[in-house]
Structures are given as structure tokens and as C-alpha cells.
Ligand binder design. Structure first.
Ligand code: V47
Ligand code: SF4
Length: 382
């Protein structure tokens, strides 16, 4: 027990639906606070909000370039212009990726990449436009707050105008990347040049005001401590109170291979116990987020499955063409079949539910599984 905080007082608050404080969040990170009990509390909240559902979607990734002006030292994906591994996709390759997605029944394309200093704003907008024109039912979840901030710099337009342009070109929603760790003590050491936390929140707040749903992430397991993580979650919770447009929180475990950060600080991957504790604490702190995602590509299949009992209700999608984690040493498969992903969820005792990006049920004709239609919004409890 520290400063009047105990697992019992926290359990009472969770059972009553009361909000946990910063000190309580930090307390839950102590090794001697039994993880199974933290998990049971997170599971209570998870089942209150999402019952027994385990969500997944059928999706693909598009990283149109890996050339990036920034040098985040945790990133193994970026390349310089002259490096042999640097690439930029042509319009034809981008559209071919869309065609492949549609042929495989994807409902969503997740689009992020490097910030290529020789590409104009129009090139990025055009990526969305050519995909949306050719495949209007494919939901484009694209560009992080860091990219929007780069577009702001390129065009000198305010965030709202940039987002309006992107909506006009076919943007459906925004992923949660670029959040990393908001606290300056850490952010200044891992990605000091890119959008700061105020900008990240300004972009998401503006998106929410325009009706664009967004996600949020946290990159953990490197040089941050429990205080930085809980501070990060509380900032997200406060933004959600204000603008309400976050759908899903995704804790991202640091993958050290091929990164400067790991070499400089001799860092290893966070342990499975750390992954599960972070999942559970995220569920407990973010009382106003409907969904917590266990991103299987990053966690590994076994941990993602386990996480469905530690607060997570979603394991992301079948995922094709993921690069960011595979460049940083992920050994997960490149893609999962629908059968595999459904089995992975059923094995945990949960009911697999295919959702679209906006958490509506997806209905498929068994005779023609690449054709689909959108059903009801999945019900989310308190
Ligand atoms: O912001 C980069 C992270 C993020 C590494 O919204 C790394 O549904 C660990 O945001 N080790 C981009 N993490 C990916 C992202 C995402 C992923 C899945 C789903 C969603 C969603 C969003 O990837 C970056 C950064 O935090 N990242 N390098 C690394 N070596
Ligand atoms: Fe560039 Fe994104 Fe990698 Fe940072 S994380 S170096 S912004 S690609």
C-alpha cells in the first residue's frame, strides 16, 4: 500500500465505474501488484463495454514511401533518399494495391509512411484520391497527426483546411500513430523534431470537430517509465472528454531490431508480462475509450490472444504488406487468413465479430466472401 492506495481501493473504484488517478495508474505498474488481479479488473471493464465480442477486420497496409525527413531513433522503417532500401510507389503500384485489397475482400486500407521532402502536398492528397476514385467502398484510414503537421508546413494552411482537403479526396478516418510518449522528458530523446504533443492533440481535436474518427497509440518499453505512460494515458482521456472522437487505443511495444535507440541504450523488447500489464492498465485508465486493440503483428499471436482477457477487445486485421514492425524485427506472419484470425479469437472463448473501421458489423455472403455489406453498429456498453 502506498499513500492510501491499494488494489482494494482501486477495485472498488473500478467496480463503481469511478475514474482512476495518476498515482493509482502508477501504482498498478508495480511488480508486486499481482498481474492476474489487474487483469481481472481490466476484463470487467472490457466485458462491460464490449461483452464477449472479439473484433477483427479484413485490411491491408500501404506505405507509399519509406523516405523520411525525420530520424525518430526508434524507427527501423525510414530510409534516406540515396539508400538502396529507399522507395516511392508509383500511382500504378498504389492502385494495384487497392485492387489487390478489394479482390481479397478488404474493407480498410491503413495508409502511413515517411515524409518525403521532395514530394509535394498534392502527391499525398493524390494517393487518397486515386484510391478512393477507383475503390469508393474501401475505407481509407490514413495519415497520422505527424503527417498532417508536415502537410501544414508544406502548404501553410491551417490543420482544418488540410483535413478538409483530405476528406474531399476520400479520407475515411485517421490512425493513431505519431503519439509515441507525449511527455517531453522522453519525446525530446526519441523524436525531438517531429510534431510535439500539443500539435498531436490539436490535429486529433480538429479531426474530431470535423467528424473524423481517429485512433491513439503509445510506444512503450524503451526509455520511458510508469509515470510517463500514465501521464500519456491521462492526456488522451482528457482529450476524449473534450472532443470524443477517439475510437480505439493501441499500445505499441517497442521492437528494437535495426533501431538506433536500442543500440544507444542497449534495449531489448519488453516482456510479455509488461505487454499484458500495459494492456490491462490502458483499459483501466481510458474509461472513455470504447476499444483497446491488441495489435497481433506487434505483440505476436500468442500474446494478442492472451490480451483478449487483459482488457483488449480487438486484434486488428488480417493485415497485408506490413513493414514498420517487420523492418524492426517482428517475426509474426505477413498476413493471417480470415479462418486463422477467427480461430485465434474463438480459442479464447470470445465470439469473433468482423467489423469495419467504424465498428459496424460486416456481413458477407458465404458464396462470395470478397463481397460484403455493412450492418449494425456494434453495441458498446458503459
Ligand atoms: O507512430 C515505429 C510505431 C507507429 C517502431 O491506428 C514502432 O489502428 C515499435 O500507429 N517499435 C505507426 N513501434 C503504427 C501505428 C498503428 C499501428 C497499428 C494500428 C494503428 C491504428 C496504428 O509505429 C509509429 C510508432 O509509434 N513504431 N517504429 C518500433 N521499432
Ligand atoms: Fe519518419 Fe515516422 Fe519513422 Fe519517425 S516514425 S522516422 S516520422 S517514418
Amino acid at each position: 500500500m502506498a499513500g492510501g492506495i491499494s488494489l482494494d481501493t482501486i477495485a472498488n473504484k473500478v467496480e463503481n465505474g469511478d475514474r482512476l488517478s495518476l498515482d493509482e495508474g502508477v501504482y498498478l505498474y508495480q511488480d508486486d501488484v499481482p498481474l492476474n488481479e489487474v487483469a481481472a479488473l481490466a476484463n470487467l471493464v472490457r466485458e462491460r463495454k464490449n461483452g464477449n465480442f472479439g473484433y477483427y477486420n479484413i485490411n491491408t497496409h500501404l506505405n507509399a514511401t519509406n523516405i523520411c525527413v525525420y530520424r525518430c531513433n526508434f524507427c527501423a522503417f525510414r530510409a534516406d533518399l540515396r539508400e538502396p532500401r529507399g522507395y516511392v510507389m508509383s500511382d500504378e503500384q498504389i492502385v494495384a494495391r487497392g485492387q489487390e485489397a478489394v479482390d481479397n475482400g478488404c474493407t480498410e486500407m491503413h495508409i502511413v509512411g515517411g515524409l518525403h521532402h521532395q514530394k509535394k502536398y498534392e502527391w499525398y492528397v493524390n494517393c487518397l484520391r486515386i484510391l478512393h476514385d477507383a475503390f469508393p467502398t474501401l475505407h481509407l484510414k490514413g495519415w497520422t497527426a505527424v503527417e498532417i503537421n508536415w502537410f501544414e508546413f508544406l502548404t501553410k494552411k491551417p490543420v482544418e483546411e488540410v483535413l478538409t482537403d483530405l476528406l474531399d479526396a476520400g479520407l475515411g478516418s485517421m490512425p493513431g500513430g505519431g503519439a509515441e510518449i507525449f511527455h517531453r522528458e522522453v519525446r525530446d530523446q526519441i523524436c525531438e523534431h517531429k510534431a510535439n504533443s500539443n500539435k498531436w492533440f490539436e490535429v486529433h481535436g480538429t479531426a474530431h470537430k470535423l467528424g473524423i474518427k481517429t485512433n491513439a497509440t503509445m510506444l512503450y518499453g524503451h526509455i520511458e517509465n510508469a509515470f510517463h505512460r500514465i501521464d500519456h494515458l491521462i492526456r488522451l482521456r482528457e482529450q476524449q472528454d473534450l472532443t470524443g472522437g477517439f475510437q480505439t487505443f493501441i499500445p505499441l511495444a517497442f521492437h528494437p531490431d535495426n533501431t538506433k535507440l536500442a543500440a544507444m541504450r542497449n534495449l531489448k523488447k519488453p516482456s510479455v508480462l509488461m505487454d499484458l500489464r500495459t494492456m490491462a492498465i490502458s483499459r483501466l485508465m481510458l474509461d472513455n475509450f470504447d476499444h483497446i486493440k491488441a495489435y497481433w503483428i506487434m505483440l505476436g499471436i500468442e500474446t494478442a490472444q492472451t490480451a483478449l482477457a487483459y482488457g483488449a477487445d480487438d486484434i486488428d486485421g488480417t493485415v497485408r504488406h506490413e513493414l514498420i514492425y517487420h523492418d524492426a524485427g517482428a517475426t509474426t506472419p505477413e498476413v493471417l487468413s480470415v479462418e486463422d484470425i477467427r480461430r485465434l479469437i474463438s480459442e479464447t472463448g470470445r465470439e469473433p465479430v468482423e467489423r469495419d473501421t467504424l465498428y459496424r458489423r460486416v456481413e458477407r455472403d458465404p458464396a462470395n466472401p470478397s463481397a460484403w455489406s455493412v450492418g449494425e453498429q456494434v453495441a458498446v456498453g458503459g
